[in-house]
Design a protein around this ligand. Structure first.
Ligand code: CA
Length: 427
């Protein structure tokens, strides 16, 4: 089925500001709450949120086989579970409804009032009920930087890294949408030069610049999927700030990997940008040397050219962009990650989320964490308000943005923005 929604000639009858992340060619999916306290599945064009539940009730999806309450839900899980054919039919139809050449909804003021909201009048929710969250570690530059700092500069990459998309199972219970503040975590750590650990607020709260992909139902327990088919099971992507407490992490991670240093919060952008919308931005990833084992081998373009940036905004001050990176730097692709994940028969369900791992580029201004940008706190980052940061201060807001751009169209994610609050205090 062709992806007619991507037609670059299309213009919407809804106003789209120039440089918007959400032209009619994007059509992401999310869940929002209206002022009338109604939760619905929706999409976005320009600065308008569109109620897909209302569109369905008004019969605008006629001819597409959908369950009656497909969009009148507080998550996208059922829709995602329906599979790629349904995603494409619905996205193509939405593009038709909002195309300037189509008078049907455009000319019906009563329906427009029911279906269309201003973004400022809705509150974005988590788009999916995330059953399982896995985080990978797939940027060679990031793994090399961390290995140099924490282990051995001569052998920064561990022997498995070039053969396995290394990952760990995270917590889905503390994944929150953009706009939700996060408390500085308490935890156990070993102060430098000491032999006895202490318990207290983390002193090195960091962000990790990541993307994440959301899957449909991939397999049943015991079965694997092929790397060549894995992309069909990926619904779309979001931006992910995988908050990390470096001092807690350093003490706890041996031998089983991150635990409480990561599970206190992970923030995501609320609109899932579909892989179909990202299709024009396919690109080749870095050459994989040595050649991976056969179950991970793939040919062609399986990475995506997504520009990413991170800014820190102190309270009552201007934001400073501190990093510019790109998803295309990732060594392991999403399809390799998913094929590897199911290679032992592990079940992956609709709404599961897989983090890319920190996305660091080759240059120091493209590193995806404070740990790397400041090289372990040695070179503080300067902000526009004259202050400097080794890690994130209380009441700082961390803002991540991402977008793709070619000569014809810009497809973006909006942002994931979240404020770090002081530690929670029991009353
Ligand atoms: Ca991470």
């Amino acid at each position: 089925m062709s992806i007619t929604a991507n037609d670059i000639q299309r213009k919407s009858w809804l106003e789209v500001p120039s440089n918007s992340d959400f032209p009619i060619q994007n059509i992401p999916f999310g869940v929002f709450l209206t002022k009338e306290n109604i939760v619905t599945v929706g999409t976005r064009i320009g600065d308008f949120a569109i109620d897909l539940g209302a569109l369905q009730q008004l019969n605008y999806f006629e001819g597409i086989e959908l369950t009656d309450d497909m969009f009148m839900q507080d998550t996208l899980n059922d829709f995602i579970s329906d599979g790629q054919k349904t995603w494409r039919l619905v996205r193509n139809r939405i593009a038709d409804i909002f195309d300037e050449i189509n008078p049907k909804l455009q000319g019906n003021a009563e329906d427009r009032d029911i279906v269309i909201f201003k973004m400022e009048d809705v509150e974005m929710q988590l788009p999916v009920l995330i059953g399982d969250y896995t985080d990978f570690y797939s940027s060679k530059e990031h793994a090399t930087n961390v290995g140099k700092m924490f282990r051995d500069p001569e052998n920064a990459l561990l022997p498995n890294w070039l053969h396995i998309p290394v990952g760990y199972h995270g917590r889905s219970s503390t994944i929150v949408p953009s706009g939700i503040s996060v408390h500085r975590p308490m935890g156990q750590m070993l102060p430098n030069g000491e032999t006895t650990p202490v318990f207290g607020p983390s002193r090195s709260v960091d962000f990790e610049l990541e993307t994440a992909f959301i899957t449909t139902d991939v397999n049943i327990m015991g079965e694997n999927i092929l790397v060549t088919e894995a992309e069909d099971y990926i619904f779309g992507m979001v931006l992910l700030n995988d908050w990390s407490a470096r001092d807690i992490q350093k003490w706890e991670y041996v031998p089983l990997g991150p635990f409480l240093a990561k599970s206190f919060a992970s923030s995501i952008s609320p609109w899932i940008v579909t892989m179909d919308a990202l299709e024009p931005f396919r690109t080749k990833g870095p050459k994989q040397e040595p050649t991976p084992l056969p179950y991970l081998q793939q040919k062609g373009k399986h990475s995506f050219d997504i520009n990413l940036e991170v800014a820190i905004q102190p309270e009552n001050a201007e934001a400073t962009v501190i990093s510019n990176s790109n998803f295309k730097y990732m060594y392991w692709t999403m399809s390799q990650q998913l094929a590897h994940h199911t290679s032992n028969g592990c079940r992956v369900n609709s709404g599961d989320m897989m983090g890319s791992g920190t996305i660091s580029g080759p240059t120091p201004d493209s590193f995806g964490s404070m740990l790397e940008l400041t090289w372990g706190g040695k070179n503080p980052v300067q902000l526009k308000d004259g202050t400097e940061r080794k890690f994130i201060n209380d009441n700082d807001t961390v803002i991540m943005k991402g977008h793709c751009q070619n000569g014809h169209v810009r497809i973006g994610f909006g942002e994931v923005s979240s404020k770090l609050l002081p530690p929670f205090v029991r009353k």
